[in-house]
Ligand binder design. Structure first.
Ligand code: UD1
Length: 429
């Protein structure tokens, strides 16, 4: 199993390219199931989760071709995927595939909408709490699907097609919104989704679906209206930049000090996080090329933050912010409201010398003058990268074990950080 070795204490300098968003790429790839024509996605990040979803879609009969780097392209230019679901050969998504990646459950929406049936394994529990799918099921029922749970599978049936309906989510759910939006695109009549997720990735998927001939308005707001169409066409779409990767590297620079341009980053995708980083005392400047983060000298000030659906502070940056606050001059409070059990990084950060006290959904972080390197274990995607951030500022050597979590969601992390002067390398095997 690969490990990452980091020797901390070097400021980051230079430019760091931001990849396409994982959380938009996955639903965009799934949207290919809605049409028998070709969907071409540009700026797709090279990630383990993308490769895994290729396998899952392949099982349904989707042909995926990947065009790699062409000469003259920049090193990190995303890949282009061409997805063609001309013929769906299987409407079952089996346990051994779905259990590896929760978002693959979302195939249920397009499959039942286009094929009239879908049989998708329940994703099961995962490292960050129970993560149920009840609201996704509710949304499909509102569109007329009959749902049965059989042997750990959700079986959705709509032999005469879906019909538009009103869906009110009692809780904001990104996956629920994607599923409802994709399914409603091929339903007869009008669907209104209330309390929809406003995440930029939802708007990006809606933009792509509209290029495919869907009639979706309001994506990016809490009310999305979809006029169903009988058939969707092919399209070409470029994935928006990854706001979580952007926020992660912004916090890394704020932690180590230095001066880095996050190339291609879009500030409107993460205003709350950038405001917090600025409030803590780092420099945040928007340029034509991206976002420039700077910090020289003084320790950061502590901040209090509560995670919330977009446009609030994202749960996917909670662990990274906690790492940053480990070095602040005072006490911060970080409250996690989206997922239970999303504090697994706390014990690992403590191994680096962090002082964090947990009380229910709130972590109190007492900043310390210095962290020191240690062997640590990556537990989930965002927790792992918080350990990397802390290690970049810690004195001495840190070995991060189980880095496959990082490979799921961060493209060439060690190359990007090494390119800005970090002492970081991957140890294979
Ligand atoms: C997506 C993101 C993930 C991010 C999360 C919250 C992708 C691939 N993943 O996950 O990175 O952390 O949004 O921003 O885009 N819930 C229910 N019932 C359901 C569905 C969800 O109770 O049927 C709850 C969840 O347990 C959680 C909350 O709703 O407490 C939000 O979850 P949701 O937005 O659905 O997360 P994902 O779409 O799985």
């Amino acid at each position: 199993m690969d490990r990452i070795r980091i020797v901390g204490g070097r400021p980051l300098q230079g430019a760091l390219p931001i990849s396409g968003a994982k959380n938009a790429t996955l639903p965009l790839m799934i949207a290919s199931l809605l049409t028998d024509r070709m969907l071409v996605l540009d700026n797709v990040p090279r990630l383990a989760d993308v490769a895994q979803l290729q396998r899952i879609l392949g099982n349904h009969g989707v042909d995926v071709t990947v065009s790699g780097k062409r000469s003259g392209e920049r090193e990190y230019q995303g890949q282009t995927l061409s997805l063609s679901a001309a013929r769906i050969v299987d409407t079952t998504a089996p346990y051994d595939l779905v259990s590896k990646m929760r978002a693959s459950f979302w195939v249920v929406g397009p499959l039942v909408a286009r094929m009239g049936e879908a049989r998708v394994s329940m994703p099961g529990g995962c490292a960050i709490g129970t993560r149920p799918v009840d609201l996704l099921i509710m949304a499909l029922q509102r569109l007329g699907a009959a749902i049965d749970i059989e042997g750990g599978y959700v079986v959705a049936r709509a032999p005469r097609g879906l019909t538009g309906g009103d869906i009110v989510f009692p809780k904001v759910t990104v996956g629920g919104t994607h599923t409802a939006m994709m399914a409603a695109s091929l339903a007869r009549g009008t669907t209104v989704i209330d309390n929809a997720a406003r995440e930029p990735e939802v708007a990006d998927v809606a933009a792509c679906l509209n290029k495919m001939g869907a009639h979706i308005s309001g994506a990016g707001t809490a009310r999305i209206v979809i006029e169903g169409v009988a058939k969707l066409d092919g399209a070409r779409h470029s994935v928006l930049p990854d706001r979580i990767e952007t926020g992660t590297y912004a916090m890394a620079v704020a932690m180590t000090g230095g001066d880095v341009l996050l190339e291609g980053a879009r500030p409107e995708l993460l205003e709350t996080a950038l405001d917090l980083i600025a409030e803590a005392g780092a420099g945040v400047a928007v340029t034509n090329e991206g976002i420039r983060i700077t910090r020289n000298g003084a320790r950061l000030a502590p901040v209090d933050v509560t995670t919330a659906p977009f446009p609030g502070f994202p749960t996917d940056l909670q662990a990274q912010l906690m790492a940053l606050m480990c070095g602040a001059r005072g006490t911060s409070r970080i409250t996690e409201t989206i997922f239970e059990n999303r504090f697994m990084h706390v014990q690992e950060l403590a191994r680096l010398g962090a002082r964090i006290h947990l009380d229910g959904e709130t972590a109190t972080v007492e900043g310390v003058e210095r962290l020191t390197g240690a062997p640590v274990m990556a537990t989930d995607l965002r927790a792992s990268v918080s350990l990397v951030i802390a290690a970049l500022a810690a004195e001495g050597e840190t070995l991060v074990n189980r880095v496959y979590h990082l490979d799921r969601g961060f493209e060439r992390l060690e190359h990007k950080l090494a390119g800005c002067g970090a002492a970081i390398e991957r140890l294979s095997g």
